[in-house]
Design a protein around this ligand. Structure first.
Ligand SMILES: CC(C)(COP(=O)(O)OP(=O)(O)OC[C@H]1O[C@@H](n2cnc3c(N)ncnc32)[C@H](O)[C@@H]1OP(=O)(O)O)[C@@H](O)C(=O)NCCC(=O)NCCS
Length: 142
């Protein structure tokens, strides 16, 4: 791998879902209830989720999911493989997903960020996402 190898951002393909699931494990993204091939394939194939990947020399090294729910935009599953960090890949993934969400109608975008993950809490302010201290998240898995 060359340090200077450039990357491309593109839509994830249905046949790539296992590779993306493996990327999330390698990136040590916190596992979630939807981290399985069926749910990810549905998001990729049926839309309207924007499931994007970053590719370097044919290898998938980054991912992001952006959704517009008709009211707000939400970002999930931002992850970059440990060997490919700090070269602007996550920044580019966010920029591309923001463009897609804006086109779909989003005016405000939320990123759910684990407050005890220093990589994530360093990254998000660097790309313009401030902390909204008024909000806490209530969740229920059904
Ligand atoms: C967070 C993560 C996606 C960042 O990916 P990345 O491609 O390395 O990020 P970028 O190179 O685009 O970084 C953009 C900016 O974020 C900040 N940043 C990123 N990683 C950082 C770190 N380890 N320490 C401090 N600042 C950091 C910097 O300001 C950086 O700009 P700079 O390199 O010009 O200084 C990656 O570390 C990751 O996958 N972590 C594990 C999973 C995770 O935490 N995902 C986020 C879930 S919300």
């Amino acid at each position: 791998m060359s340090d200077l190898a450039s990357f491309a951002i593109r839509d994830c393909r249905p046949m790539e879902v296992e590779v993306v699931l493996e990327l999330w494990r390698q990136a040590e993204a916190t596992p979630s209830i939807t981290d399985n091939a069926n749910d990810l394939r549905r998001a990729v194939a049926d839309g309207p989720a924007n499931v994007l990947v970053a590719e370097v020399e044919g290898r998938i090294v980054g991912s992001i999911i952006g959704t517009f729910d008709g009211w707000r935009g939400n970002i999930y599953r931002l992850a970059v493989h440990p060997l490919y960090r700090r070269r602007g890949i996550a920044r580019a993934l966010v920029a591309e997903v923001e463009k897609r969400l804006a086109r779909q109608g989003a005016k405000r975008i939320t990123a759910l960020v684990e407050k005890n993950h220093p990589l994530a809490t360093s990254f998000w302010p660097a790309v313009g996402y401030g902390v909204d201290s008024r909000i806490i998240r209530h969740v229920r898995s059904i």
